[in-house]
Write a protein of this length. Structure first.
Length: 158
């Protein structure tokens, strides 16, 4: 399966700070399947909520309170919108176990950094230019391919 995570740079330089992150729906669905069995309203009593298993403090820091008091009280689209902000701030290392299982971060890499250092620049699968990270495609200087962050050793976002 070829999945791209496209990061559209808004700020000069294309770094994480100030960038808008857009993640493909299949990536979110795979992450939710791993984190919560795909239950977007998950409340299992472990202190993490929703499909992406986000802590309330992380939800608030990523501006989730504009949607609901907790992730499990928000819809899928709202959770993925907040998830994009978490990715922008933390990278895929916020979900280390599931991100690793999904190939979003590499084995033995720093879970807070993309495998490619977040610097891939080309086009991939017909997607426009920008910084790309994800599974598979992308060409140009730097490596596109696995990169990212999400979760804790217990498979939930910190």
């Amino acid at each position: 399966m070829l999945v791209l995570v496209l990061v559209l740079a808004v700020a000069a330089g294309g770094g994480r700070a100030g960038a808008t992150v857009r993640v493909a729906d299949p990536v979110w669905d795979g992450l939710a399947d791993c984190e919560s069995g795909g239950d977007w309203q998950a409340d299992t009593g472990n202190g993490y909520y929703g499909g992406l298993q986000i802590r309330p403090s992380t939800w608030a820091e990523a501006d989730g309170l504009r949607f609901a008091d907790r992730p499990d009280h928000a819809g899928r689209r709202e959770q993925t919108t907040v998830g994009e902000e978490i990715v922008r701030r933390q990278g895929w290392g916020a979900w280390p176990s599931c991100a690793r299982d999904l190939g979003l971060i590499g084995v033995g890499t720093d879970p807070g950094r993309d495998v490619d250092g977040g610097t891939g620049t080309g086009t991939g699968a017909g997607v426009g230019t920008g910084t790309e990270t994800g599974i598979g495609a992308g060409a140009g200087p730097g490596r596109a391919g696995a990169g990212g962050w999400w979760g804790d050793p217990g498979r939930a976002v910190r």
